[in-house]
Design a protein around this ligand. Structure first.
Ligand code: GCW
Length: 642
């Protein structure tokens, strides 16, 4: 068959698995039947017994696996746990791990492991680089694409249990009756795979769809509209997950339009969902053009509201305070809300990381955020522990990421972008897994277990995020992307008369003295939003980590860095080493030809060619531009700009 990447990491052995009498399981639910089918199609080991065991309910979606020579017993409180257990042993089989003496207990790090699709009803995808939307709204509810079930399968195999189908810049039409009937069809297909459907909602829906005089959350007619809508949704989809809301951000409507707060808006929705067990994920990605540093705005708006949200509201916070940059300091809102559950929003789709052209493995970025210590409850208050319920016993724990999936044959545009979907799922299940282990699993399952392939390719993946930072925005530089599409460099961008907070020059602040955004006390004082000792560490140029130095400081061009180079030289070397790293990836990849299929080999090779050209483009554009301020020579040891 064609190796077009359509099978993702789901390349279980094609020959027959165990026979029906080697599968011991009671019941006939759709979920159990999927588990049976997976075993009889792909499992080649011992007899498998699947047992539901009420005493294991505390493991939530988790399971135990115990095995001897002749038999494996998978037990779980819920049937979906049994299916996850089946994927676990299939993964072991694919990774050549012995399944003879297993004694495993798995419990997911988060209850809600959710993909956010930024898919529009017209089939386009905001920041999507893998073709149009998978959801064929025109065809639904009558024509059903086989990819709906394949999508559910892929998610279940890594433990993703929730999806938001539509863009956070939400069309009110999403809640129209005809669309809800289409949503129901998807929910029915996803359900046996343990996946619940959620929707992004437009705050102005009552007025736009229902003709209420406004969408004020304190207006009784508005509340009634939402209540009726919730009842209509739950009649169609009894296990509907809830709403995701982008309000009063980038021009979207919200409660502030009526002088109300985010809490007023979120609580109104929470109240109508509560009777059905639904939740509201309210986004903290809010900012507007103002004198205040954009990086401070979420904290300023949300901290005063701490404790005012209903218990079925969770605040969804982007990993950094600006916008999914190659590297950001973590968002200071994490840990700052003491009485309100918080969840991370990552971006799998590579809006700011070379889109579908660059090979950038994101697990190291995800891990960097999750392992960041906020010090909110003293040392060890990592973002992982704040969000997984360890430090904030929360009714709901969740983790989300913006999907990179589209209708491209290989789902994600770049073959290696599949790894980022996979890695998010695996970390949502267990945030303690290492980026290294996840990469190894994924490579083995997706390509081959030949070490001559696995080791060099894994090395390339593990370094790829830092490489992208080096050739795009080293040392804490950020948001110097070309306006609108955010693909290439435009550090000179100065949208006078437009939005200054979208202008690259606002973020790098280069002048003849130096470069970087002063977020210390002498500048925007964003550092004071961090708990001690981080406020001091970040606020002092001597102790600020160098990989964030230009995020927090305006640094003189001739500032001496730890390695003795001047800031200017360091910048030159970083850009240059990013270029060299990508060229090394090309060389590594060229040697991989014997180990894998021709099609994926050639497609990755040609993407690396683009990435390598782009890296040079970034380096030349940024260094030549910044040189107009530094007035310093490019160190002769590095390749001169072309
Ligand atoms: O990253 C920015 C994107 C917008 C996006 C917005 C958001 C969905 O450029 O396209 O809108 O963030 O997260 O709301």
């Amino acid at each position: 068959f064609a190796e077009d990447g359509s099978q993702l990491w789901l390349r279980f052995p094609a020959k027959n698995g165990i026979s029906a009498d080697q599968i011991i399981a009671k019941g006939n639910s759709p979920t159990l039947n999927i588990a049976r089918k997976e075993l009889s199609s792909h499992w080649q080991g011992q007899t498998v017994e699947l047992r539901t065991d009420k005493s294991l309910k505390k493991l939530k979606d988790g399971y135990t696996i115990k095995s001897s020579q002749n038999k494996i017993v998978i037990s779980a409180g819920k049937e979906i746990g049994l299916l996850y257990g089946v994927y676990h042993i299939l993964r072991l089989q694919q990774n050549q791990v012995s399944t003879l003496n297993l004694n495993i207990t798995e419990k997911p790090s988060y209850d809600v492991r959710i993909l956010n699709h930024w898919d529009n009803l017209d089939g386009t995808i905001e920041r999507g680089y893998a073709g149009h939307s998978l959801w064929k709204w025109e065809d639904l509810p009558n024509i059903i694409s086989p990819r709906y079930e394949e999508y559910a399968w892929a998610n279940a195999s890594v433990g993703i249990n929730s999806v938001v189908l539509n863009n956070v810049n939400a069309s009110p039409n999403m809640l129209r009756e005809d669309y809800l009937k289409k949503v129901k069809v998807l929910a029915d297909i996803f359900r046996p795979y343990g996946i619940r459907v959620y929707l992004s909602v437009n705050f102005a829906s009552p007025k736009v769809l229902g003709g209420t005089e406004n969408s004020d959350p304190l207006n009784k007619n508005v509340q009634k509209w939402w209540k009726d809508k919730a009842s209509e949704i739950y009649k169609l989809i009894p296990d509907f997950g809830g709403f995701l809301v982008k309000a009063n951000s980038e021009g979207q409507p919200g409660p502030q339009d009526y002088g109300r707060t985010h809490a007023d808006g979120a609580n109104m929705m929470a109240d109508v969902l509560k009777p059905y067990g639904g939740i509201v994920m309210w986004r903290a990605f809010v900012y507007s053009p103002s004198k205040d540093d954009r990086a401070k705005q979420a904290y300023l708006e949300f901290v005063p509201l701490d404790g005012k949200f209903r218990d079925n509201v969770i605040i969804q916070i982007k990993n950094g305070p600006v916008d999914f940059q190659p590297r950001e300091a973590f968002n200071p809102l994490f840990g700052a809300l003491k009485k309100t559950p918080e969840m991370v929003e990552f971006q799998i789709t590579q809006e700011y990381l070379g889109q579908a052209n660059h090979l950038v493995y994101l697990a190291p970025l995800f891990k960097e955020t999750l392992e960041s210590d906020t010090y909110s409850n003293g040392e060890g208050s990592t973002i992982a522990k704040i969000t997984d319920g360890t430090l904030r016993p929360a009714k709901i724990t969740a983790i989300s990421a913006v999907a990179n999936i589209g209708e491209d044959t290989n789902w994600t545009g770049h073959h290696f972008a599949q790894a980022n979907w996979y890695a998010f799922g695996r970390l949502a299940w267990n945030h303690e897994l290492s980026a290294d282990q996840i990469a190894k699993e994924w490579i083995t399952m997706t390509f081959t277990d030949n070490e001559k392939f696995v080791n060099p390719v894994k090395e390339m993946m593990l370094t790829s995020r830092e490489t992208a930072v080096d050739y795009m925005m080293p040392l804490g530089l950020h948001h110097i992307f070309a306006g609108g599409h955010h693909y290439g460099p435009e550090p000179w961008g100065d949208y006078k008369g437009g939005r200054p907070d979208w202008s690259p020059v606002y973020y790098h602040q280069a002048d003849k003295n130096g470069v970087g955004f002063d977020r210390t006390k002498t500048g925007s004082d964003a550092v004071s939003q961090y708990f001690p000792p981080l406020n001091e560490i970040y606020g002092n140029i001597k102790t600020c980590p160098e990989n964030l130095i230009l995020w927090f400081h305006h640094v003189p061009w001739d500032y001496k860095m730890k390695d003795g180079k001047t800031l200017w030289e360091e910048l030159c070397y970083k850009y240059d080493s990013g270029v060299h790293e990508v060229r090394d990836y090309q060389k590594i990849w060229d040697q991989m030809e014997p180990y894998i299929d021709e099609q994926r080999f050639a497609e990755v090779q040609s993407k690396l060619k683009i990435q390598s050209k782009d890296a040079v483009w970034w380096k030349d554009a940024c260094l030549l531009y910044f040189q107009t301020f530094s007035q310093m020579p490019i160190p002769y040891e590095i390749e001169r700009p072309v």
